[in-house]
Design a protein around this ligand. Structure first.
Ligand SMILES: [Zn+2]
Length: 296
């Protein structure tokens, strides 16, 4: 009997290194909650928080953070959140953040864009543009800063487990650096310019010395004359990839891609699995580069 007790204590001590060891830790309802704006932030937050917090995204899969309104159920759930992690400048936050904070006065709000090298947008983005290019998470360099901000926030919310969060931040940072190195390898000799429906890869382009062209015309559906200009851009810039996102219409992008004999590739910068998404963008550019070299 005594041996069994020792074993149980031993296992509990071991687990304390990997988890919060809270009673009923498996029960989502029993854990403190954190709400984040979009799925990629849930990826980073869960990677660091382990099972210490239950993390939920405000903008559900398939919706755009540029035109989403929260449901009444979400507003109620939010009042039970201990903290809110915002991306920084996405439209949803510009419109809703004040009301969300009023709705949940005890909730602490953390801005994950702090310390991130921002791109000032040349034209307003979305309907409530702030002058800042909002898609900061599609960059390995930015992801390191975002993750450090998340870890700092978790340490403030739950100081007892600070060593645990710091340790997990180290592991996540290694994953991010590894992703960055893999992308740099893939992009050697790849296509340097690309087109995308909604310009969500500005930071990705900056980091890897690529040129991004948006199909949208100032955040709106492109006119026929604009589409014709874009086809010219494709030929001039030797664009071989046109990216489309699930939240946006694919029809116009297909017209341009066919005109320019470019590949239409679906990407999803709002997907949960940040690493996978970063790699698939790079892979599409890599394949386009290789395909063309074979042709020449
Ligand atoms: Zn956007």
């Amino acid at each position: 009997m005594r041996q069994i007790v020792y074993i149980i204590i031993g296992v509990a001590l071991l687990m304390a290194g990997q988890s919060c060891g809270r009673p009923g830790g498996r029960d989502r309802g029993g854990k403190p909650r954190i709400t984040v704006t979009i799925e990629p932030l849930r990826y980073f937050t869960e990677a660091i928080a382990g099972d210490c917090f239950a993390v939920e995204s405000m903008v559900p899969k398939g919706s755009s953070p540029e035109m989403y309104d929260p449901s009444p159920r979400q507003l109620v759930a939010l009042s039970r959140s201990k903290a809110y992690f915002r991306v920084g400048y996405v439209d949803f936050e510009q419109v809703w953040m004040e009301r969300l904070a009023e709705n949940a006065p005890d909730m602490q709000v953390f801005d994950l864009s702090e310390g991130v090298p921002l791109i000032r947008a040349t034209e307003p983005h979305g309907h409530h543009g702030s002058g800042v290019e909002p898609h900061i998470w599609m960059s390995a360099e930015n992801a390191l800063a975002i993750s450090a901000n998340i870890a700092a926030a978790l340490c403030r919310l739950d100081a007892v487990h600070a060593p645990f969060y710091r340790h997990r931040l180290d592991s996540l940072s290694q994953v991010i650096r590894g992703t960055d190195a893999a992308i740099r390898g893939m992009l050697a000799g790849a296509s340097r310019s690309f087109m995308i429906y909604h310009p969500a890869l500005s930071y990705f382009a900056r980091d890897y010395g690529l040129r991004q062209y948006a199909l949208e015309e100032s955040g709106k559906e492109p006119s026929p004359s604009y589409l014709k200009d874009l086809a010219d851009v494709c030929r001039r810039e030797d664009i071989r990839v046109v990216f489309v996102q699930p939240e946006f219409d694919v029809r116009n992008a297909r017209v341009v891609a066919e005109e320019a004999k470019a590949r239409l590739v679906q990407v999803n910068p709002l997907a949960y699995d940040w690493r996978q998404e970063m790699l698939s963008v790079a892979r599409a550019l890599q394949e386009a580069g290789i395909r063309n070299e074979e042709k020449e």
